[in-house]
Design a protein around this ligand. Structure first.
Ligand SMILES: [Zn+2]
Ligand SMILES: [Zn+2]
Length: 313
């Protein structure tokens, strides 16, 4: 039964991961683990030095005897009815690994692995079989929360490095997610459909008025839309729709307030010259920025914008 990705236990964890994504309103990547922990009044994020201070021991003692050399630990205090997620934030622990560990430990809590009998998930407090099963489940949970195969399948990922960049996880973790994402499935489970819907703004295609170099690692996902050729002669105002371009006839992605045609790049107002980059977010099919006239790059909104910036779009 155990450690089988097609077992009932594994399928339950998969569903719980999507319930978690929905319950915590997660709709952007990478998943913000500190915000998630902060949102629960009975969950506390602690670092090794804090825990060492609280129990009056050295950090080495906490690492060797409490966490037992792991990157993280979930603990339950039945008296206070409080869960602690303890992370090793040492400089030699990469941020990508900390993110995985945090969601793995959250998984132990969310999946109900902890109770008044099981206050910690460590190899010495459980049977070998129990411990392996809980670790297996927490890893499935972390993988599906941090890099859901269903979200990955909405994105044109080429390899595991794309997943690592997008989800903020290590290359090793990304490789196993890549294998998951590219497996064959005949249907999309209902709760994954909800997750994909919640990530709608993240996955939305837009064009951005910026230089490719400003997109850092995400520049490889960006490309420029084709420029629409101009008509032999401009359309007479009486023959065209309000806001459409007289020079190429485009009607899409611009309005009467646009300075430039997004399709052919012509100035739509008198004496407008192309100026510097303006960061404006344009229609997904735009070739030029409607505000400043520069060429724009098409990309998924979530790759270049922060979550909070999209509310107005
Ligand atoms: Zn035009
Ligand atoms: Zn612009």
């Amino acid at each position: 039964m155990p450690l089988n990705p097609n077992s009932d236990a594994a399928i339950r964890v998969f569903h719980m991961a999507h319930r978690f994504l929905n319950e915590f309103g997660i709709k952007w990547l990478p998943v913000p683990y500190a915000d998630i922990i902060f949102a629960k009044h009975d969950w506390h994020l602690k670092y090794v030095d804090q825990l060492a201070y609280e129990i009056g021991e050295s950090e080495k003692y906490v690492l060797d005897h409490v966490m037992r050399s792991k990157d993280g630990l979930a603990m339950y205090d039945p008296q206070k009815q409080q869960y602690d997620i303890v992370l090793n934030a040492d400089n030699d622990v990469p941020k990508t690994r900390m993110r995985w560990t945090a969601i793995h430990e959250i998984g132990h809590i969310y999946l109900g692995h902890l109770d008044s009998q099981r206050k910690r998930i460590t190899s010495c407090s459980l049977t070998r079989e129990e411990y392996d099963q809980f670790e297996f489940e927490a890893d499935i949970f972390a993988g599906e929360v941090l890099a859901s195969k269903w979200i990955m399948r909405q994105i044109d990922i080429v390899d595991e490095y794309d997943i690592a960049t997008i989800c903020g996880i290590s290359d090793d973790a990304a490789l196993s997610r890549y294998k998951k994402a590219t497996e064959d499935y005949s249907y999309t489970p209902v709760n994954a459909v909800l997750t994909i819907k919640n990530f709608g703004e993240y996955l939305k295609n837009v064009t951005i008025c910026c230089e490719l170099t400003e997109m850092d690692d995400f520049a490889r996902f960006a490309f420029a839309n084709r420029v629409t050729p101009k008509l032999a002669k401009p359309k007479h105002p009486a023959l065209r729709k309000l806001g459409s371009c007289p020079y190429c006839g485009n009607e899409r992605g611009q309005s009467v307030s646009s300075n430039f045609c997004v399709a052919c790049g012509s100035a739509l107002k008198n004496q407008l010259a192309i100026t510097g980059r303006c960061d404006h977010v344009n229609h997904e099919h735009a070739a030029h920025c409607e505000q400043c006239g520069n060429r724009v790059y098409r990309i998924k909104q979530g790759f270049v914008l922060e979550d909070f910036e999209t509310n107005e779009n």
